[in-house]
Structure formats: structure tokens, C-alpha cells
Design a protein around this ligand. Structure first.
Ligand code: CA
Length: 252
């Protein structure tokens, strides 16, 4: 008797969890023309509790993005008709979709397209072939980062392992020790730290750190990063080079 009651209770709570889960994860618009990949993505995302809408062409993607207002667009770049970069550009230029998180799906060797996409405002990219688990984790990270209140993350200290970037005190510490950086080096690490895990292209770094007292070119970004890493010592490893694309601060 007691056992029966327990089972019924367990069943009820499982059902409640099933009902609560899908609503919390959000709605993903998958833009991909290959049917195998459409199925793989739908299966893995739905299993994680996301709601999934699939578009096979760029035109359809633009229409669904506007009408369905998804929480994130997972966008293959190689599409028939309007290609992924054009979809990205159009979404960014349209008021109703301009802030919609976009994660590009790309093939190996498309670094130039990745750079263009990031500069058009895509939030991240994933290279095919991908691990579904990694893909889901990356989508969640993008959604989480988008959900952070900018005003709070602007001034808050950011910690990655032994590295602390403290925008309010204009200070970087490694294992508690303040590190003496140039203004440009500080601005670079601060830019990367504000959106940890996101890849910044050299142009984006230049734009973010450029100011009255700072003149940086995309080529000199590499030189500043080398110097920055050296000064950070053991924590220099958190600044990762993404070959052919740019830099990011490791997300731990
Ligand atoms: Ca494709």
C-alpha cells in the first residue's frame, strides 16, 4: 500500500518535471538544408527541452524568424537561395530581429565567412562535424550570456581561474597580485572578459579598444595579445587564439 502511494507520487513529480522543462529552455529556429542534419539537430535539441522549428531555405528562415520570434537562430551558412551570411545581415538590420541571438553552423575552412558573420553580429559559431553535446552547451551559453543584464556585467569583476578583471578599479589581478598593463592591454582583456567564451575578431577588438589615447590596428592586436599573455603569466593561457578568426577568453 505504502509502496503504491510512493510510486504514484514519484510518477506525479516526474510528470510535473516533464511539463516544466520544455517551457524553460526556449525556442530554437534551426536553419539547415540537409535533412540528416535537420533530424539530428531536432532530436538533440528537443531531448534537451528546446522547442524546435526547422527552415530549409534562407527565405523561409527570414519569414519564420519574423513570425515565430525564436529565442535563438542556429544558422547554416551554406544554403540554397539566400545564403546564411545574407540571412544574418538581414536579421541584424531588421528592427524586430536585430537582437536575436544567432549561432552559425559552418564547415571547416570557412574562416573568412566566420569572421564576416561575427562582424555582422552573429554571437558564436559551431564547426561541422560537431558533437551534439558541445552544440547544446554552446547554445545554452549564448542564451545565458544574452540574458545577463549589461549594466550589471559592465562593472562586476570577472574571474576566470586565478585571473580577475576588475573594471571598476581598472585592475587585473593574477592570484591576488595586481598586474601592470598598458591601457590597450587592459582594454583588450576587459573586452574579452565582458563576453567570456565569445570569439572576437581582430576588427571587433580594434573597435572595442579604440579611444582617445589608444590607436590600434588589426595587425597590432596580435602584438598586444602576445605582450598581455606574457604579463599574465600562468593566466595567459585563458586568452585563446582561435585560428583564422580571432581571440576569446576561456569560459570556465
Ligand atoms: Ca548546408
Amino acid at each position: 500500500m505504502a509502496a503504491t502511494r510512493k510510486t504514484a507520487k514519484a510518477r506525479r513529480s516526474t510528470r510535473a518535471a516533464d511539463l516544466a522543462e520544455p517551457a524553460s529552455r526556449g525556442h530554437v529556429l534551426v536553419v539547415e538544408d540537409e535533412h540528416d542534419l535537420q533530424d539530428l539537430l531536432r532530436y538533440n535539441l528537443e531531448r534537451e527541452g528546446f522547442r524546435v522549428t526547422v527552415a530549409g531555405r534562407g527565405e523561409e528562415a527570414l519569414q519564420l524568424a519574423a513570425t515565430e520570434a525564436p529565442d535563438l537562430v542556429l544558422l547554416d551558412l551554406m544554403l540554397p537561395g539566400i545564403d546564411g551570411l545574407e540571412v544574418c545581415r538581414t536579421l541584424r538590420n531588421d528592427g524586430s530581429t536585430s537582437t536575436m541571438p544567432i549561432v552559425m553552423l559552418t564547415a571547416k575552412g570557412e574562416e573568412a565567412d566566420i569572421v564576416t558573420g561575427l562582424e555582422l553580429g552573429a554571437d558564436d559559431y559551431i564547426t561541422k562535424p560537431f558533437s551534439p553535446r558541445v552544440l547544446v552547451a554552446r547554445l545554452k551559453a549564448v542564451m545565458r550570456r544574452r540574458g545577463e543584464t549589461p549594466s550589471r556585467s559592465e562593472d562586476a569583476s570577472i574571474r576566470v581561474g586565478e585571473l580577475v578583471v576588475d573594471p571598476q578599479r581598472h585592475e587585473v589581478r593574477v592570484s591576488g597580485e595586481p598586474i601592470s598593463l598598458t591601457l590597450t592591454e587592459f582594454r583588450i582583456v576587459q573586452t574579452l572578459a565582458r563576453r567570456r567564451g565569445r570569439v572576437f575578431t581582430r576588427n571587433q577588438i580594434v573597435e572595442a579598444v579604440q579611444g582617445d589615447r589608444v590607436a590600434v590596428t588589426d595587425r597590432s592586436v596580435d602584438v598586444h595579445v602576445v605582450s598581455l599573455r606574457r604579463k599574465l603569466g600562468s593566466a595567459g593561457r585563458y586568452i585563446q587564439t582561435v585560428r583564422g578568426v580571432g581571440y576569446r577568453l576561456e569560459e570556465t
